[in-house]
Design a protein around this ligand. Structure first.
Ligand code: TXE
Length: 494
């Protein structure tokens, strides 16, 4: 087996905050790699004062003549530079994420490639920006309407796709003309800090993009509560999302919240069952299941359940759990040992409610994985729809299986959670696909695929999964407010 790791990633790295193009030190916050338990990074543990310094730097840069006179076309050029720099440094960024998340490097590299596509998409939006005009209201009265940047945007990032989710938000904010303060997860801050350096190197003015590291209750809250922050884009748990919404109410700050999900894969009896099994396994276990769109629930027609579950388990048995630098790893470690405890608790709850352990459960037996936060890919059958395993976001490598007798029951089961991020439907019948997809409560419905997407397509949830959209023109619009300029060239006729 070939194992390579960038030479400067073998010793622990030290970062300060990134404020106005400079590194700002603070007390150390250590990150131990979840796969090995080894210290890999020390970030600065930020305070409300650090947030204030970063927001003020962003606000000053946003208001500077230089930035205010930078056209959308010029912003597109800068984003082109950024796309090239991220592509050039993608291996290093991917290693940082692989080490800190615990995920296999090859998937972290895929995340970076998607991230580059977002930067290019944002550049294309900036390059083709248009407004509207209202010319028929009355003589001598013309109105132009366009989208203006909100000002300073706060980006609060989770730990599962650190660089990718940063790049799902940041380039659209820059395309819109915003200044930004990023608060990465305290577990996975390195790639955001490196990205901020690349933004400066791409030619954006220092101070336009700042990063403050530290804990959520201190740094995250201070960012949401800061009176100069006009929009907050948050990705994380529903519980923390609620705190963000409450804090934003006090400062009358607009927010977009992406709060996870409980994706159902509804497999009808007429589906291509092999394709469905392949899709379900990919959707459930990619990124160790630590994904907001993870296909954590398989809902399958009772008549084909045996066949589908057998095909799923065969594939799950072939998945390899391993270290991030092992090129054959399909799943890496979970984010930290406490998170493994959450996964164990939910699997136990599913079994206590009548579920049957069909595959996996517990840590893998391999000795070289013993120091890490690993959990085997696991399948639990006969999961009751009211059990916590069915209802709660596991965010780990666990697939629950529940059977149904007809399509109405399947739709009711799929919709029977607080979440509404994404669902998948597997069938060969186009008419049924069309009518049933309209009844699934989610921001994204996949038909005969899952965990698909593109930077051109807006992404986000409904219900407990939050609101607001990322990527594409709608993702760009989140960082803007609509503005009209009204010209009267003749006296108003009364
Ligand atoms: O998330 P948190 P956690 C889900 C998943 C996971 C669970 C807990 O089910 O098991 O959440 O993960 C910052 N004000 N998702 O505890 O707390 C925090 O520092 C402002 C789904 O890590 O939501 C981090 O940067 N910010 C999700 C970010 O919020 C605060 C991805 C997310 O952390 C804050 C991750 C506060 N008061 C977890 N408290 C998805 N939607 O994909 C914390 N933060």
């Amino acid at each position: 087996m070939t194992r390579t790791i960038e030479s400067d990633l073998t010793t622990p790295r030290t970062f300060g905050h990134h404020v106005a193009g400079r590194s700002l030190t603070g007390p150390p916050l250590q990150r131990f790699a979840p796969a090995t338990g080894v210290l890999v990074a020390e970030y600065a543990d930020g305070s409300a004062d650090d947030v204030d310094a970063a927001v003020r730097a962003a606000y000053a840069t946003f208001g500077s003549t230089r930035w205010q006179r930078t056209s959308a076309m010029a912003r597109a050029e800068l984003l082109d530079n950024l796309a090239a720099l991220v592509a050039e440094h993608q291996k290093k960024l991917a290693w940082l994420d692989a080490q800190e998340v615990g995920k296999p490097y090859r998937f972290a590299l895929g995340d970076l490639q998607q991230g580059v596509a977002h930067v290019k998409q944002a550049a294309a939006i900036a390059r083709t920006l248009r407004g509207e005009s209202f010319t028929g209201i009355s003589p001598g009265y013309s109105v132009i309407a366009d989208r203006r940047p909100v000002g300073v945007a706060g980006l609060i990032l989770p730990w599962n796709f650190p660089a990718l989710i940063a790049l799902q938000k940041l380039p659209y904010a820059l395309a819109a003309g915003c200044a930004v303060v990023i608060k990465p997860s305290e577990f996975t801050s390195s790639s955001a800090l490196e990205l901020a350096r690349l933004v400066d190197a791409a030619g954006f003015p220092p101070g336009l993009v700042n990063v403050v590291t530290g804990t959520g209750p201190v740094v995250g809250s201070a960012l949401v509560e800061h009176p100069l922050v006009r929009y907050v884009s948050f990705t994380g748990s529903t519980a923390t999302g609620r705190s963000v919404l409450k804090a934003a109410a006090d400062s009358v700050t607009r927010v977009g919240v992406e709060l996870g999900g409980k994706t159902a894969n509804v497999v009808l009896a007429d589906a291509d069952l092999e394709a469905a099994a392949e899709g379900v396994v990919f959707g459930a276990f990619a990124n160790q299941g630590e994904s907001c769109v993870a296909s954590s629930r398989l809902l399958v027609d009772r008549r084909v359940a045996k066949e589908v579950v057998a095909a799923v388990i065969k594939r799950v048995g072939q998945l390899k759990v391993g270290l991030p630098d092992d090129p054959h790893s399909d799943l890496g470690a979970l984010i930290h040992p406490h998170h493994v405890e959450k996964v164990v608790r939910l699997v136990d709850a599913g079994i206590a409610a009548g579920g049957e352990l069909l595959h996996g459960g517990g840590a893998p037996g391999e000795e070289h994985l013993a120091a890490g936060a690993f959990y085997q890919p696991t399948v639990v059958g006969a999961v009751d729809a009211e059990s916590p395993l069915f209802q709660e976001e596991v965010f780990g490598p666990v697939l629950s299986v529940t059977t149904f007798d007809d399509a109405d029951e399947a739709i009711a089961l799929a919709n029977n959670t607080p979440y509404g991020l994404a669902h998948s439907l597997w069938t060969r019948d186009v008419e049924r696909a069309f009518s049933l997809s309209n009844r699934l409560e989610a921001g994204t419905v996949w038909v005969n695929t899952c965990s698909d997407g593109s930077p051109a397509i807006p992404f986000g949830g409904i219900k407990g999964s939050g609101f607001g959209r990322e990527a594409g023109p709608e993702g760009f619009n989140e960082f803007t407010e609509y503005r009209t300029v009204q010209f009267r060239t003749e006296r108003r006729q009364n």
